[in-house]
Design a protein around this ligand. Structure first.
Ligand SMILES: Cc1cc2nc3c(=O)[nH]c(=O)nc-3n(C[C@H](O)[C@H](O)[C@H](O)COP(=O)(O)O)c2cc1C
Length: 336
């Protein structure tokens, strides 16, 4: 196909949509690997729903992190469609109401597979969360610029100054203490971080550090150690950033998740490790502390650590995912 042409085709095959939904769901990041989404493939439509059974009702009551996760899977689906030569129009109607889709992809268009489609798809399939300390090699300025430029429009990425990193460290430590003191939050965290690999959901011990890293900004406390070996690295060379925007409603959280996905794929392609820090967001007091680092009227959606992964002692194993049948439903034309 001529790369400059495309044509509207309202009958994107169900297999194409199901393949995109499956790839997105199997690869996208989500809070505590809850995979709080469900896809429904209908003739000519792909619908994304929030899955209330996998919503963290105690630590994420407003659904911020759920929406961010669903935004990430939505962006991933766009990447998975593009590599198959399809583009969709997306209508977003984010709400926590049961049975109402968060987003609907429709109006499919056949497009040429662009030179960036395959590397993006490759990044989607290799991206992962690395909780080990980063190496001593700081990120080069052009690399930081490339990642920052990916989050644009309504969502931005603010790189924190050295002083702001100390404020983030204090907020992360405070958020950890608040959550550790809350028995219901501890119980919820424990449920999602004590799953065996075979459950296909939550965090198995293999992806959790064997001990807390000696870092300025503490990582999320999981309440218990895992078995992921970590080296002697620190976070001195890490870059910390805030994903932010000018609203604090489900629509903006969904968009922030799409931006998170886009920038994480860019970072992966540039061999930059990304670690989200989200308990500072769910604890209202520490979220407010982060808000003061931004311009008036802006709101923080997620804190991120960016850095070059430590070369040793080996990359973390892949975090498991639910089987396709749990997350992708294909409605036959007769039932639609
Ligand atoms: C909104 C959001 C918040 C997250 N918060 C944290 C966090 O605070 N600490 C952490 O170690 N990982 C965090 N993660 C990473 C997830 O745990 C990770 O995406 C999930 O376990 C799947 O693993 P993978 O990213 O390696 O595929 C977060 C991810 C998302 C999307």
């Amino acid at each position: 196909m001529n790369p400059t042409t495309s044509h509207r085709d309202l009958t994107a095959p169900a297999e194409v949509l199901a393949a995109a939904a499956t790839a997105a769901a199997h690869c996208a990041p989500s809070i505590l690997n809850t995979q709080p989404w469900r896809w429904r493939v209908r003739p000519g439509r792909l619908e994304l729903f929030a899955e209330p059974r996998r919503h963290l009702g105690v630590t994420d009551p407003d659904g911020r992190l759920l929406m961010l996760s669903c935004g990430a899977v939505l962006h991933h689906a766009g990447v998975a469609l593009a590599v198959q030569g399809w583009r969709a129009r997306v209508v977003r109607t984010p709400s926590m109401s049961a049975g109402v889709p968060l987003a609907v992809c429709h109006g499919f268009e056949r497009i040429a597979i662009t030179p960036t489609a395959r590397p993006q798809d490759q990044a989607m399939r290799t991206r992962h969360t690395d909780r080990r300390p980063v190496s001593d090699q700081p990120l080069a300025a052009p690399v930081i610029r490339a990642i920052t430029a990916t989050a644009r429009g309504a969502v931005g990425l603010q790189i924190l100054s050295a002083e702001q990193v100390l404020d983030l460290a204090a907020a992360a430590s405070r958020a950890g203490t608040v959550q550790a003191r809350d028995p219901l939050a501890r119980k919820e965290l424990d449920y999602w971080t004590s799953r065996p690999m075979t459950d296909g959901i939550g965090l198995p011990p293999q992806v959790l550090p064997e001990r807390p890293a000696q870092t300025t900004v503490p990582g999320r406390g999981f309440g218990h150690a895992g078995t992921l070996p970590i080296g002697a690295g620190h976070d001195r060379a890490a870059t910390y950033a805030l994903l932010y925007g000018d609203g604090d409603e489900p629509a903006q959280w969904l968009q922030a998740g799409e931006a998170l996905s886009a920038l994480w794929l860019t970072a992966t392609a540039l061999e930059v490790a990304v670690l989200p820090l989200s308990d500072v967001i769910t604890v209202p007091g520490t979220r407010e502390a982060l808000r003061r680092m931004l311009k008036p009227f802006d709101h923080p959606y997620l804190a991120l650590r960016l850095g070059i992964a430590e070369p040793a002692p080996g990359a973390p194993p892949r975090t498991p995912r639910l089987p396709t049948a749990h997350i992708v439903e294909v409605v036959s034309p007769d039932d639609a």
